[in-house]
Write a protein that binds this ligand. Structure first.
Ligand code: 6PG
Length: 240
């Protein structure tokens, strides 16, 4: 694994613009080979970055970009908590992606277990083997979780399956998530982290501590942290 790169910016806006620039470049390069694959994070942090992709990178060959998710809340896709809905509202409704190339995690299957198996089958069809995403976008929770890999979850030890159901401590509790082996097989992982509330979790992950985000160590890919000063140095900016 190559050394993680940590890029620190004054604000969420500036880190989002820089991350969007680099992700757009990587997607364009991959698309030149016929297909680019990206797995999107949910939550709130990536919203501004997605808007930057939509507003400043429309010329990207979106017709060759396949969109997946790194995790999803087990709610209808039109629910306010849906990561799919958030990506549509900030990015996908504003760029010319091909509908058949947008692959949301199913959240209306008979059960989360069925949904996880269904998404695994989709990944097998799309990749033919252990998925190797060109880009995976991730966030970090204040408890050190990433995707829907939460502290103490049995999903953290999953070494074979690519997608599993997971339980979150906060609502909506039922989730679906990519597993660590899939995340670590990607070509490039981009964490977006903002705010003093993430200070402990960010440094736990950077130091390889006991938190799920620290398990993200791409086998052959790159790992980039796009963080703001509040997350990197803590909330009391005056004492820096
Ligand atoms: C989700 C996300 C989750 C998120 C972190 C950080 O479904 O909520 O995938 O892993 O990245 O919880 O969330 P914020 O960006 O809202 O702080």
């Amino acid at each position: 694994m190559s050394e993680p790169r940590v890029e620190v910016f004054a604000t969420l806006e500036s880190l989002s613009a820089a991350a969007a620039e680099e992700i757009a470049h990587a997607l364009s390069e991959a698309a030149a080979g016929g297909r680019a694959t990206i797995a999107l994070a949910g939550g709130s942090t990536p919203r501004i970055m997605y808007r930057h992709l939509a507003e400043h990178h429309r010329k990207l060959p979106w017709e060759h970009v396949h969109v997946f998710w790194s995790d999803e809340r087990y709610v209808p896709h039109n629910a306010p908590e849906s990561n799919y809905r958030m990506a549509r509202e900030t990015l996908l409704d504003y760029v010319p992606v091909v509908a058949d190339n947008v692959h949301p995690m199913p959240t209306v299957a008979p059960s989360p277990e069925d949904a996880a198996r269904t998404y695994e089958e989709l990944l097998l069809r799309e990749f033919g083997r252990l998925p190797c995403f060109d880009i995976i976008v991730l966030g970090v929770g204040a408890d050190g979780h990433t995707a829907s890999l939460f502290p103490g979850s049995p999903a953290l030890d999953e070494g074979e399956r690519w997608v599993v159901p997971a339980q979150a401590p906060s609502r909506p509790q039922q989730r679906l998530t990519l597993t660590v082996p899939v995340i670590n097989a990607s070509r490039a992982v981009h964490f977006l982290v903002s705010g003093a509330s993430k200070y402990e979790a960010l440094h736990c992950a950077l130091q390889g501590g006991d938190c799920p985000a620290a398990l993200v160590q791409p086998t052959a890919g790159t790992l980039t942290w796009w963080v703001d000063e509040a997350a990197m140095y803590g909330g009391d900016i005056d004492t820096w």
